[in-house]
Design a protein around this ligand. Sequence first.
Ligand SMILES: CC(C)(COP(=O)(O)OP(=O)(O)OC[C@H]1O[C@@H](n2cnc3c(N)ncnc32)[C@H](O)[C@@H]1OP(=O)(O)O)[C@@H](O)C(=O)NCCC(=O)NCCS
Length: 194
Amino acid sequence: MTDDNLEPRSVRASRTTITELMIPSYANFGGKIHGGILLSLMDKVAYVCASRHSATYCVTVSVDGVDFLQPVDVGDLVSLKASVNHVGRTSLVVGIQVSAENVRQAIVKHTNTSYFTMVARAEDGRPVVVPPLVLESDDDIRRFVTASRRRRLGFRVRQRMETYREKFRFDDRTKAALEGERCVIANTAGLQRR
Ligand SMILES: CC(C)(COP(=O)(O)OP(=O)(O)OC[C@H]1O[C@@H](n2cnc3c(N)ncnc32)[C@H](O)[C@@H]1OP(=O)(O)O)[C@@H](O)C(=O)NCCC(=O)NCCS
């Protein structure tokens, strides 16, 4: 199962947690924490986790499943727990669980779980092979299989959308696709050109 003679590494070895207190300057005009602040923290923890596993510099290539389920408040202590869920040849999927704790009331809420695909890079920018993953628990196995499936589905969706973009025409299907949508066509030039 080894690739290019790289020693497999456990999920445990690169598990990473970042904890940060949400200060007033992180808030939006509604008084809640900006989604971008959380995304930046997720990117950081994904970078550390992926670089620990691969022992290389890593870059973010894709982000999946960023649905903010609950707002985060100023004063909350945000924890981001990251672990490598899957490795391909040069890419790694890092799963990140984000929670926010109201420290005075000791209430912890789960805000989101997201998946960052990172690619290991050499000094010259070329993707490099990453070590295989040692799966030590049922959770490790479940996450690996689920991530592998999500990755394959992602490739298929990207391919189909690419074909759709290339083949897009102003035709009756365009009109049908707009039925029931909350939009108004202000310039019908495209539809008239067909
Ligand atoms: C990441 C990068 C090095 C990949 O380069 P590339 O020439 O596409 O390399 P490859 O086609 O060999 O792909 C490398 C890996 O990334 C994966 N990959 C590429 N695009 C992907 C995508 N959209 N989603 C998920 N995985 C992707 C490939 O499947 C491959 O994985 P594998 O080796 O495990 O099978 C290049 O796209 C890059 O530098 N992007 C900018 C990254 C960056 O700067 N991020 C910071 C945010 S600004």
